[in-house]
Design a binder for this molecule. Structure first.
Ligand code: FAQ
Length: 316
């Protein structure tokens, strides 16, 4: 008889050999749960992430910028759908996940609880927020759970375009009038620290990291990815002729990395616990969008049912 110990051993061997875990494979309950937690939080982030950007569709400064923003927001919806589908393979339903999000029970990324005050915020979100997201997601293309890894490959292709369009949009502002340059700098000042928080708590306070690294769900720690992000952005910001709002940001020859200042962790946990500047508003808007979409879901279901019946009649 195979005992749980043998199952766990062969499971870990598979992971160590870089063999992907698929939905029908045996997996420890904690592996299933932590993947479900992370993938569903990730899906919710994509969906809530549409809200601060959606705010600016009607106010984009040109037809070209409007078209780009609409396409970007639509992409985020698609990312949410791939991720909900991946999460469903772990034994929960999309309805349940959506209910958890709308009731405020489920977490999503802290970053989407900050307001988008000016047009430059759309550039800053693309450059910094998508930039942070993509560093994390490139790593997740090699995550051990097959459906999550495959979803990430598709998402990364679109996300890298998002980041470049954000940078390009800021580049235009950075070459504009004084008012445009000030708006650009102000957006960078407001989005910099929250972007660093996207990578999660410091490694010594990250409750899930050790196990997730053993299971190769995560391939790099929160602090490793955060450092990678700082090193990348500290160089890119020079091309904009702008600065990052951190007096302690300095190249460290010995470490071969940028040193940077301390994150306000009290602010981070406050936002995670639901007390950020926009947490309440985001939930109200999400619920409103869900309610207003009821007729679309009903129509799609009725259409699917009609098609099924038609095919059945044809077959008989
Ligand atoms: N916000 O033990 P760890 C995007 C929670 S997608 C809120 O280190 P873990 C696209 C964490 O859940 C952005 N909560 O956790 C886009 C845990 O709580 P729990 C989202 C956070 O999972 C762009 C607790 O703290 N990306 O932006 C945050 O090992 C533009 C302890 O933390 C993903 O979700 C946070 N920032 O590492 C869309 C990527 N950080 O659940 C629109 C996938 C931590 O135990 C526009 N996720 N917490 O109660 C991950 O890689 C990981 O989940 C981490 C956190 C790295 C986020």
């Amino acid at each position: 008889m195979i005992c749980i110990f043998d199952l766990e051993k062969s499971f870990q061997e598979k992971i160590d050999k870089e063999i992907k875990i698929e939905p029908k494979d045996w997996m420890p309950e904690a592996y299933r749960k932590t993947n479900l937690r992370q993938i569903s939080q990730h899906a919710h982030s994509e969906i809530v992430g549409m809200l601060p950007e959606g705010n600016w569709i009607s106010r984009a400064p040109s037809l070209k910028r409007k078209a780009i923003l609409i396409a970007k927001v639509q992409d985020e919806a698609g990312h949410g759908l791939y991720l909900y589908s991946a999460a469903e393979t772990l034994g929960t339903s999309r309805d349940q996940m959506v209910e958890d999000l709308n009731s405020g029970k489920a977490k999503y990324s802290s970053i989407f609880n900050y307001p988008t005050l000016t047009w430059a915020d759309m550039g800053a979100v693309g450059w910094l927020v998508d930039g942070a997201a993509i560093l994390n997601q490139v790593m997740l293309c090699r995550t051990s759970y097959g459906p999550y890894a495959r979803a990430m490959v598709r998402i990364c292709k679109e996300e890298s375009f998002h980041q470049r369009q954000g940078f390009e949009s800021l580049l235009v502002l950075s070459k504009g009038t004084k008012a445009q340059r000030d708006m650009c700098q102000d957006a960078i000042n407001r989005w910099w620290w929250p972007s660093l928080m996207m990578f999660g708590p410091k490694d010594n306070e990250s409750t899930n990291s050790d196990q997730s690294i053993k299971w190769k769900i995560k391939r790099k720690t929160n602090d490793e990815l955060r450092q990678q992000f700082v090193d990348m952005v500290a160089e890119q910001v020079k091309l904009l002729g702008m600065t990052l709002p951190d007096p302690n940001l300095k190249w460290n020859e010995e470490r071969n990395h940028y040193d940077f200042g301390e994150i306000n962790w009290e602010e981070f946990w406050n936002v995670v616990k639901g007390n950020g500047p926009c947490n309440k508003q985001r939930l109200v808007d999400r619920n409103k969008a869900h309610d207003e979409g009821t007729w679309v879901r009903e129509a799609a279901l009725a259409y699917a049912e009609k098609r099924k019946n038609k095919l059945k009649t044809k077959a008989t």
